[in-house]
Write a protein that binds this ligand. Structure first.
Ligand SMILES: O=C(O)CCC(=O)C(=O)O
Ligand SMILES: [Fe+2]
Length: 336
């Protein structure tokens, strides 16, 4: 049995223990193994979160019981990865994504552009050409679209083309971020809320990284937000909203920290100057190496992250190589 019982959940806390966790299997399963004959296994990526699912292949639809296992692994491990035997069509990607919730068809808010896959307004096309040395999409710690009243519940991302090395994505467990704060700070934050804005005052040019490689340092012009394909040059309206600083996950009922460097601007009823030192502390704490995992993409991989309790960061270290990701997101049914 290669299923490792690394569970962020346990009976003591009263959370559901995954059905998969109870599976006892003989022998190993190759990631590309025969999905029909095999049960799903999970190979943890790190202590804090993340798991690779073995024995699942999305080149054929999953039946309900298989999907239930996948969904439970998503809740238990916060971000899961599936390696597929062959390329998935946009329709197959979409059909899998739709099992996680209501698919988001709306464009992003100012200041972002949202290129999409032709004929599929729900598939965000995140491509960086080999000669593009500018900043990348998601190159800062964030959860997606938290400036919306109902941010995304999950993202289902497909690696259409992965660089030979570099271009990994990192994730950070925000249950752990909350649980490792002192009881005093937890009590204080429990009652607080914060503003989130698509204007990204703290994740602008200073927090982003232009493309790096061992042989090429970024040039000043590469560092500008406007150098990215995904930045809008024209003026627009920011989207803003307010969320609790600590939220309770609607499915696991666990509390997690819910501020991020990307979009959180300040605590409610406080100025940016008053908020910044504590936010800065929380942002750094939230991405402690022990709370993170890092995934190296291969072509045709699918990743699914729980955007309610995990942060992510896309590394911009593949200068000279092309990377193409397709992302579908599903809405949270209610406000955090
Ligand atoms: O390209 C990636 O790995 C993720 C980028 C990102 O932040 C996103 O798609 O939300
Ligand atoms: Fe993102």
């Amino acid at each position: 049995m290669r299923w490792q019982k690394k569970s962020l959940v346990d009976d003591r806390r009263g959370f559901a223990v995954s059905e998969i966790d109870r599976l006892v299997r003989q022998g190993g399963v190759h990631p590309m193994g025969d999905a029909k004959a095999s049960k799903i296994e999970l190979q943890p990526l790190a202590g804090g979160l993340g798991g690779r699912l073995l024995g699942v292949d999305l080149s054929r639809p999953l039946d309900d019981s298989e999907f239930a296992d996948v969904y439970q692994a998503f809740l238990d491990h916060l971000v899961i990865f599936i390696s597929n035997r062959r390329a998935l069509s946009p329709e197959e990607h979409c059909a899998f994504a739709a099992r996680f919730g209501e698919v988001d068809y709306s464009p992003f808010s100012y200041p972002f552009k949202t290129p999409t896959v032709e004929g599929h307004t729900e598939i965000l096309l995140n491509v960086k050409e080999a000669n593009d040395r500018s900043i990348n999409v998601g190159g800062f710690w964030h959860a997606d679209v938290t400036y919306r009243e109902r941010p995304h519940k999950a993202a289902i991302i497909y690696a259409r083309e992965a660089p030979p090395y570099g271009g990994d994505t990192m994730f950070a467990n925000q249950y752990l971020a909350y649980e490792t704060l002192s009881p005093g700070l937890q009590r204080m934050l429990d009652g607080m809320s914060a503003e989130h804005s698509s204007g990204m005052p703290h994740a602008g040019e200073s927090a982003r990284f232009a493309s790096v490689s061992r042989t090429s340092a970024p040039r000043p012009e590469d560092r500008k937000f406007s150098a990215s394909l995904y930045a809008k040059a024209d003026d627009g309206e920011e989207s803003r909203t307010t969320h609790p600083v600590v939220r309770t996950h609607p499915e696991t009922r666990r509390k997690c920290l819910y501020v991020n460097r990307g979009f959180t601007t300040r605590f409610s009823d406080m100025t940016v100057e008053e908020s910044r030192p504590l936010l800065e502390y929380l942002w750094q704490h939230a991405s402690r190496p022990e709370f993170t995992c890092r995934y190296r993409w291969s072509q045709n991989d699918i990743g699914v992250w729980d955007n309610r309790c995990a942060l992510h960061y896309a590394l911009n270290d593949y200068s000279g190589h092309r990377r193409e990701m397709h992302r579908i997101s599903v809405h949270e049914p209610t406000r955090p």
